[in-house]
Design a protein around this ligand. Structure first.
Ligand code: GLA
Length: 390
């Protein structure tokens, strides 16, 4: 019998220990919600378009138990058991420590929808790398939402609601104007699959990721910087472009209309729109290619996606372009590679046939230098299921 302790088991122990130390006693319930890696479909979610992420086996775990009175008391295992407490009936004030705003934001969002939250103890731990573009925040927000909903027996809240509440918290309280992709796949992902999501209707189609294909994530070592301002700027540019084309969102035009109705649209705004329009088409095509195990097509689509992010959307950085090119040259049409996530640093995702995983790992380790000269971090992800009670 194997005695290997899993990463999840380690997290569970940490969550319970933090809970015991802070509140004395055992939690009633443990909830987990995963981070995600996006295979293709970048900056399309807030344009009502398509994305193809998968949930990963790096996650946030929340331990929850009954507390006294109407307050919320919370401890963060990843921040040396830093603690916070507030009374939701007294309103919500923005805090300096970012993690506490996620808790307040989720509670505020639930209450704005008519749910009662209070008299609760929470302990939070996680192993989703932060600042990597793997959605550590979304996994925390979704885990918190589900933990609170389960604890307060809000049975009418379904997985899509968890995602919407978590996104509302990010948008309205934390102050990040993100789309719905990260939260929705964290809430609804299915093991062994990527999730094609229509970000307008929130309909999903799950596409199996073949067992012999590894989902490899390489952290560039560049922490995502200036993310919020650049992200919001791109969002506004897309909005401007949609207004120019007279449509509610860029989802509503295709490549023909893009060219035909360009009129006097300036070059930069046009390129932003071109990224979104072509990326939507690539994402739909990629879901089809993955479903039929057509790696050559997937490979080309991922390459085009990266170039579009580099040249039209301008969210990549030269070291990341170099890393993508190096891996792409090695993989040829046998696998695919592109930057993943919001951009300006973070991770690269590669779909790599299992039989050459070792060689690709060796290539990256020997040839890529992180900016601080440290060892490059490579994460092999298992496509996992969404938020669950443990
Ligand atoms: C961030 C946001 C998502 C999405 C991606 C870009 O991860 O949280 O909503 O917009 O960037 O695809």
């Amino acid at each position: 019998m194997s005695t290997t302790v899993t990463r999840r088991e380690i997290l569970i122990e940490r969550a319970k220990t933090s809970f015991r130390n802070a509140f004395g006693g055992e939690p009633d319930l443990l909830v987990a919600a995963p981070g995600r890696v996006n295979l293709i479909g970048e900056h399309t979610d807030y344009n009502d378009g398509f994305v193809l992420p998968c949930a990963i086996d790096y996650e946030t775990i929340v331990a929850v138990g009954t507390g006294e009175g109407t307050g919320v008391r919370v401890v963060a295992g990843d921040y040396d058991d830093a603690s916070d407490s507030f009374d939701p009936s007294a309103g919500f004030v923005h805090q300096k420590a970012e993690w506490t705003n996620h808790v307040r934001g989720v509670v505020a969002s639930m209450m704005s929808r008519g749910w009662h939250v209070g008299g609760v103890h929470l302990a939070i731990v996680g192993d989703v790398p932060r600042g990597a573009g793997l959605s550590s925040s979304a996994s925390m927000d979704v885990a918190l939402t589900k933990a609170l909903a389960e604890h307060h027996a809000c049975h009418q809240i379904d997985a899509t609601d968890y995602a919407l509440i978590a996104r509302q918290s990010e948008n309205d309280f934390v102050g990040c104007a993100c789309g719905i992709m990260d939260q929705l796949v964290s809430a609804r992902g299915q093991s062994g699959t990527a999730m094609l999501l229509d970000c307008r209707s929130l309909e999903t189609r799950f596409v199996a990721i073949p067992d012999d294909l590894a989902v490899m994530v390489i952290h560039s070592g560049i922490e995502r910087g200036l993310v919020d301002s650049a992200y919001n700027e791109r969002r506004n540019q897309c909005k401007l472009a949609a207004t120019h084309y007279g449509v509610p969102a860029l989802r509503d035009i295709d490549s023909n209309q893009l060219v035909r109705d360009r009129g006097d649209l300036d070059d930069m705004t046009y390129r932003r729109a071109r990224h979104v329009v072509t990326e939507n088409a690539r994402t739909l095509a990629a879901a089809g290619a993955l479903a039929t195990n057509d790696m050559a097509t997937l490979s080309v689509l991922m390459k085009q996606s990266h170039r579009s992010m580099r040249d039209d959307f301008e969210i990549t950085l030269p070291p990341i372009d170099g890393l993508v090119e190096m891996i792409g040259n090695y993989l040829g049409l046998e696998g695919g590679v592109r930057m993943t996530g919001g951009g300006f640093g973070g991770c690269v995702v590669a779909l790599v046939p299992a039989e050459i995983l070792e060689q690709v790992t060796a290539l990256v380790e020997s040839s890529y230098q992180t900016p601080d000269g440290g060892k490059v971090r490579i994460i092999i992800c298992n496509p996992s299921s969404g938020a669950s009670v443990l």
